[in-house]
Design a protein around this ligand. Structure first.
Ligand code: ARG
Length: 407
């Protein structure tokens, strides 16, 4: 059994109770690590309050790691290159933050000479998979503990447990929603959202409340597939994501309401708000329409689906995911240019223009006007040969599809 454990600590009820529970049940020492991936941008609580809670719960130590720019550059960046939308919709908000957290948990486990890491996820979700598979990929020797999967406490039991041990928590017995957030967006579950027929409630949204009815136009510049500037102003990817979230979230853009397939075989109804993620992926994909050669583009579209599934399924650190990243990196070399998007309340956003020095769009080939440089006569032979197989087939079959059905 482990002696010293590094816990992924959020400061919330479950991970606070987990500190004391592991000490009592397993006799371990617990180090709490809070990885800042951009959750709760207003910081309604300071890290000092959270440190005090961790120590009150019995932690040996408490560490905060600022991983916001790391998450942006090394996790959101590749997700943009992959136009990553799980099941065609979800930009992997929680799935992208877990490997960032895992990397720092493992790093802190080494620094504190721990023999295990722990997380507060339950047995029903994807996050346990991401924490555990991720840790095993980076540190096969470390044990992974999941107290919340074992303790069998309801939320009310946990609140009582915290009171019994004098752990100062803000949570009450009636918490309606389970929310996970980071700079890529917010994932909201539970409460009335669990009824897939019920329209999503308005209260849990924070990033996409309509605060303005003025249309917003933004020009997003990309360099080799990476967003580097808004309206011509260069900034770090972390700052760009935050700035775009505020600008386009203000007209209500960026909400999703979906039923998704979890890795553990459960269908769940979830709502998300992820304005920057959806805007950047939409803009990036549009720029690729302009610059990628057709066969690369079509093949990439197939592989993107696989990449999103792997990341959703906790396979961030895996050989197939790495190989796909290498393919995508090769495709991004010329994905440089600007995309103009317009957003309007409530919640509409679309691309209205794109340009690139690497555009494969050739006006003189595309135009039907006088500048047309396309050799129309060349098409005759091309079309004949292209359709030859079908023509031969149809001749053998006696053109059996030629007669419309009689009504
Ligand atoms: N269903 C999403 C995912 O698996 C969101 C999970 C959110 N996690 C949470 N603890 N509320 O990526």
């Amino acid at each position: 059994m482990a002696k010293r454990v590094v816990l992924a600590y959020s400061g919330g009820l479950d991970t606070s109770v987990a500190v004391r529970w592991m000490i009592e049940e397993w006799g371990v020492e617990v180090v709490c690590v809070l990885v800042d991936v951009g959750q709760d941008p207003d910081y309604s609580e300071s890290f000092e309050d959270i440190r005090a809670r961790a120590l009150a719960a019995g932690a040996l130590d408490f560490v905060v790691v600022d991983a916001r720019e790391e998450m942006a550059a090394q996790f959101c960046g590749p997700a943009i290159a992959a136009n990553a939308l799980y099941e065609g919709k979800y930009p992997l908000v929680s799935a992208l933050s877990r490997p960032v957290i895992v990397r720092h948990l493992v790093d802190q486990a080494r620094k504190f000479h721990a023999d295990a890491v722990a997380h507060g996820s339950t047995g029903k979700g994807n996050d346990q998979v991401r924490f555990e598979v991720g840790t095993h990929a980076l540190a096969p020797d470390l044990e992974v503990l999941a107290p919340a999967r074992l303790w069998g406490m309801t939320r009310a039991d946990s609140v009582d447990y915290a009171a019994k041990w004098d752990i100062p928590i803000k949570a009450t017995k009636e918490k309606i929603y389970s929310i996970d957030e980071n700079l890529w967006g917010r994932a909201i579950e539970c409460g009335e959202i669990e009824d897939p027929w019920a329209a999503p409630p308005q209260e849990p949204y924070t990033l996409t409340r309509v605060t303005s009815h003025d249309p917003v136009e933004v020009s997003i510049s990309f360099r080799a597939g990476v967003p580097v500037a808004l309206d011509g102003e260069e900034m770090s990817l972390g700052t760009l994501i935050k700035t775009l979230t505020d600008r386009v979230g203000a007209v209500g853009y960026g909400r999703l309401d979906m039923v998704e397939n979890r890795r553990v075989g459960i269908k769940s109804r979830e709502v998300y708000e992820c304005p920057a993620a959806l805007a950047l992926i939409t803009a990036h994909a549009d720029l690729e329409d302009l610059v990628l050669e057709r066969e690369v583009h079509h093949e990439k579209a197939r592989l993107q689906i696989r990449w999103a599934e792997l990341v959703y399924d906790g396979m961030w650190f895996s050989p197939l995911k790495e190989a796909l990243d290498a393919f995508f990196a090769e495709t991004q070399v010329h994905v440089t240019g600007d995309v103009r998007m317009r957003f309007e309340a409530p919640g509409l956003g679309r691309v209205v223009g794109r340009r690139s020095p690497s555009a494969l769009y050739d006006h003189d080939l595309a135009t039907y006007d006088a500048e047309d440089s396309f050799q129309h006569a060349d098409s005759e032979g091309f079309v004949k040969i292209y359709g030859l197989g079908v023509k031969t087939w149809a001749a053998r079959q006696g053109a059996k599809n030629a007669t419309p059905p009689t009504s």
